[in-house]
Design a protein around this ligand. Structure first.
Ligand SMILES: *[C@@H]1O[C@H](CO)[C@@H](O)[C@H](O)[C@H]1NC(C)=O
Ligand SMILES: *[C@@H]1O[C@H](CO)[C@@H](O)[C@H](O)[C@H]1NC(C)=O
Length: 493
C-alpha cells in the first residue's frame, strides 16, 4: 500500500509539471551607466535616445545604429548625432563604422553624410547597405533619403545615387518631410505610415521604399485616401498619428497607439491624444484591419488578469514604445510614454508618464497579457549585482524612444529617455537584455498542444493509479510465481 502512495505522488508530480515549469521573463543589465546623461566606460555609444536601428539579419544579436539625440559630455548638453555603429549584443561590444560630423578629423569615406537627426526611419540589406529616411534635426522635419554602402564604407544621398545610375532625376520622388513615423523594415523594402510633418501636423499617408530599385512609391490606397476620391471605400485606415509602435510579422504589419493630436506647439504635448488601438496592414491586400484596443484616445492601462491573456487586459495609451515579434509570431510591447493604470496619468497639464511595462499580445487569441516590468509609470531602474548575470531583482527603469532589436526570443534594449537608478530623468546609456525564451518555449509547446495536455496527462494519471491499485492487490504476483516455477528446473541443473 505504501508503494502505491509513492506511485500516486509521482503521478501527481507529472500531472502538475507541465504547468509549473519556469516561464518567467528574465532581465539582464549588460552595460552602461546607472545614471542618466553619463557616458559609461564599458559602452561607447553614450547616453542617447531616438536613434535609428536596423537588425543585422545575418547574425543572431547584432544591429546597426545611426544617430539619435545624444548627451554630449564635453558641453554637458544634448545634440543630434549622425554617427553609424555596428553593435553586438551579449557583451555588448560596439564598433564605429562612420564617425559622423561631430568628429570631423577621423571621418572616413567621401565626407558626405546625412545631417544629425533623431526619430527617422531605417532599414537595409544585411552585408550590403543601411538606409535612413527623414527624422527630426536642428532645422526641423527632414525628408531626405541616404544609403550607406558597407563595401565602400560611404554615405550617398538618394539623389546622387540616381544621378550615378543615369536615372532621369525628374522622376525621383520622396515622401514629404516628417519624423516619428511608423516604420516597418522588411528584407526587400521599408514601409512608412504617417509621422509628424514640417508644420507639426500628424500625417496618415503610407509609402514604401524598394531596397532593390532604390525608389519611393506611395501606396495606391494612400493616394486614393489623400485625394479623397474613394474615401468611403476605404472602410478602415488608421487615424493620422506619430510615434506608433510597430511590428513586422511576415506580410502583416502591425501598428499600436501613437499620438493622434497635431502638436503645433511641441511644449504642449500631453497624453490626451495618445492611443492604445492595434491595427494590422496586409501587404498582399493593401488593406488595414482594426485588430484590438480602444478607439478613444487617452485611456489608462487595465491590469485585470496578471500574467494571463484576457480581453479585459489593455496596455495604457502611449507613443514611443518598443515592439518585438517573437519566434512564435506573437507581439511584445515594452515601455513608451503615456498612461499606466492610474487615472491621473492622463492629463492635459501633466506630462505623460514614462513606462517600463512589458506586454505580450497573442495574435490568435487577440488578447493582451501583462508579462513583467513595472506596472507603475515613472519607475526608477534597479541595477542589481554584476552586469551580465540574470538577477531577478534587476529591472530597466521607465523609458521611451528606446532603441531595441530582437535576438531570437530575447530583446536587446539600449538607452532612451527615462528614469535612472536615483529617480532622475534624462538620456539613458544602459544596455539590457530581456529574455522571454522560457516563456515563448513554454507557450509554443503548450498552446498548440493544449488538446494533447488535456488528454495525455489525465490518461497517464489514471493509468498509474490503475497499475498501483493492481500492485497493491498483488495482481502481478501470480505471473511472477508462474515464471519462477517455469525457470526453476534450469537453475537447479
Ligand atoms: C530627362 O528629362 C528631361 C526633361 O525633364 C529631358 O529633356 C531629358 O531628355 C531626359 N533624359 C533622359 C536620359 O531621359
Ligand atoms: C492577407 O491577404 C492575402 C490575400 O488576400 C490572404 O491570402 C491572407 O490570408 C491575408 N492574411 C491575413 C493574415 O489576413
Amino acid at each position: 500500500m505504501k508503494f502505491s502512495v509513492i506511485v500516486i505522488a509521482v503521478a501527481v508530480e507529472f500531472l502538475i509539471l507541465p504547468f509549473t515549469e519556469c516561464k518567467d521573463v528574465r532581465w539582464k543589465w549588460q552595460a552602461g551607466s546607472t545614471s542618466v546623461n553619463k557616458v559609461s566606460s564599458d559602452l561607447n555609444l553614450g547616453a542617447r535616445t531616438g536613434g535609428m536601428v536596423f537588425k543585422d539579419t545575418n547574425t543572431y544579436n547584432t544591429f546597426f545604429l545611426f544617430g539619435g539625440l545624444l548627451h554630449d559630455p564635453i558641453s554637458n548638453s544634448q545634440c543630434f548625432a549622425n554617427d553609424l555603429w555596428h553593435v553586438e549584443g551579449g557583451g555588448p561590444s560596439e564598433k564605429v563604422l562612420h564617425q559622423g560630423t561631430r568628429n570631423e578629423g577621423s571621418k572616413r569615406g567621401t565626407g558626405q553624410s546625412p545631417v544629425p537627426r533623431m526619430l527617422g526611419a531605417s532599414c537595409g540589406i544585411a552585408g550590403g547597405m543601411f538606409m535612413v529616411y527623414g527624422g527630426y534635426g536642428d532645422k526641423g522635419a527632414l525628408g531626405d533619403t541616404w544609403i550607406y554602402d558597407f563595401g565602400h564604407e560611404q554615405w550617398s544621398s538618394l539623389e546622387k545615387l540616381h544621378f550615378d545610375m543615369n536615372h532621369n532625376d525628374t522622376s525621383l520622388i520622396s515622401p514629404p518631410a516628417r519624423s516619428d513615423m511608423a516604420a516597418w523594415c522588411m528584407h526587400d523594402r521599408l514601409v512608412i505610415f504617417g509621422g509628424i510633418g514640417e508644420k507639426s501636423e500628424t500625417m496618415r499617408d503610407m509609402w514604401e521604399f524598394d531596397l532593390r530599385t532604390l525608389s519611393w512609391k506611395e501606396m495606391e490606397n494612400s493616394v486614393l485616401l489623400r485625394s479623397q476620391i474613394y474615401f468611403n471605400h476605404l472602410t478602415t485606415w488608421p487615424e493620422a498619428r506619430n510615434g506608433a509602435t510597430t511590428w513586422v510579422k511576415g506580410k502583416n504589419l502591425y501598428l499600436f497607439g501613437g499620438n493622434r493630436v497635431s502638436n503645433h506647439d511641441r511644449k504642449s504635448i500631453r497624453n490626451v491624444g495618445f492611443s492604445s488601438d492595434l491595427y494590422m496592414y496586409n501587404i498582399s491586400e493593401g488593406k488595414w484591419r482594426y485588430v484590438h484596443g480602444r478607439r478613444e484616445t487617452g485611456r489608462v492601462a487595465k491590469f485585470t488578469f496578471h500574467g494571463q491573456h484576457s480581453r479585459e487586459n489593455e496596455p495604457g495609451c502611449r507613443r514611443g514604445g518598443a515592439g518585438i515579434v517573437d519566434t512564435s509570431g506573437n507581439l511584445w510591447l515594452f515601455g513608451g510614454e503615456g498612461a499606466d493604470g492610474h487615472l491621473d496619468s492622463v492629463s492635459s497639464v501633466k506630462p505623460p508618464k514614462r513606462l517600463a511595462d512589458l506586454w505580450h499580445f497573442d495574435v490568435l487569441k487577440n488578447e493582451w497579457a501583462f508579462k513583467g516590468g513595472f506596472e507603475r509609470g515613472n519607475s526608477a531602474g534597479i541595477y542589481n549585482g554584476d552586469k551580465n548575470i540574470y538577477y531577478t531583482g534587476s529591472q530597466p527603469g521607465s523609458r521611451f524612444d528606446t532603441m531595441s532589436v530582437p535576438a531570437g526570443n530575447t530583446i536587446l534594449v539600449y538607452g532612451g529617455i527615462g528614469i535612472d537608478a536615483d529617480g532622475n530623468e534624462g538620456l539613458l546609456s544602459d544596455f539590457w537584455e530581456i529574455d522571454m525564451h522560457n516563456y515563448v518555449a513554454y507557450f509554443s509547446a503548450t498552446y498548440p498542444g493544449t488538446v494533447f495536455n488535456l488528454l495525455f496527462w489525465p490518461f497517464l494519471f489514471v493509468a498509474v493509479i490503475c497499475v498501483s491499485f493492481l500492485y497493491s492487490r498483488k495482481f502481478f504476483e501470480k505471473f511472477r510465481n508462474k515464471r519462477d516455477i517455469a525457470y526453476a528446473p534450469l537453475t537447479q541443473e
